[in-house]
Design a protein around this ligand. Sequence first.
Ligand SMILES: *Cc1c(COP(=O)(O)O)cnc(C)c1O
Length: 356
Amino acid sequence: MTATEGFEATLEVDLAAITANWRGLCARHGASVAGVVKADAYGLGAGPVARALAEAGCRHFFVAQFAEGMALREALGAGPMIAVLGGFPPGADAGAGLTPVLNGPTDIAAWQAAGAPGAGTILHLDTGMERLGLSPVERAALPPGALDGLGLRYVMTHLACADEPGHELNALQPRRFAEAAAAFPGIPRSLANSAGIFHGAAMASDLARPGCALYGLNPTPGQTNPMRQVLRLTVPVLQVRQVAAGTPVGYGATWVAKRDSRIATIAAGYADGYLRALSSRGIGIVAGRPVPLVGRVSMDLITLDVTDAPDIRPGDRVEMIGPAQTPDEVAALAGTIGYEVMTSLGARYRRQYRPA
Ligand SMILES: *Cc1c(COP(=O)(O)O)cnc(C)c1O
């Protein structure tokens, strides 16, 4: 308990919803399912999230960066696989108990130069993303034996368009992956991200790698979200003021009251990752009802028109993201995707975990 508790924006994270989402994905995929906890588990806190998933039985984790992997190993202890999607940086510690994803000839050479079997590796085969992963041309150009002794635990590829079910790459990529992986008999395969799991058998593999669906984003865009909501951001009211019709509010005076209005100022802003693009577009939820964000989002403050929520007082909390207004819905208002809304969730929010 800190002296300012009650006047901080609070991010409630429902770990039970995350583990329920993971179990649901396991049932749907019918094979092993990892937890992708890169970018601090999409803003929710990699340590608590990964510990809850491990407790639920998750044995495979993915992060983006080597440093994220080291911190996660510390949080999880020995046991689960922690794979690093970003590869094996030259000079990194091959004995750190991490499993680098080797994304091309440079990673392969760096891993072999490190000379340690470590916790094995994953080989990334590109099948159409053209971002990371060994291309067919690079694979053909490797000298004989270049892929020996890597301690391969999986071969993997990554889907470019899984959230667009009709896209032709969804038919091409699994086929290309099956062809490329045939050169590695007996090595388990890893294919689907969250959306890929919902494509069914064509994208099944030995290990799926969902991130967003664990955290309640919709892996089936355009259809009803099958995942449970996980987070709730509530922001305390600092002040409520009366403004007369014709009065401008906030930086740039971009919003002008059309009627006598009550304005609530709440304690979060773009420095907390509440996107400035939500200026005069965002919505707050007060006692279950929407109130409009008016004027610009400031660095540390947001103003809301609460004329129609007359009971609101300083110290009350406004829900800015949550079950009544999901990260996907906030993203649509801001012209972005739920992933960006979540990974922007600020460091100043007090994170409160509901146990699994
Ligand atoms: C981020 C990422 C995932 C998880 O993707 P979601 O769409 O969040 O499920 C899986 N695999 C790779 C390679 C990734 O970069």
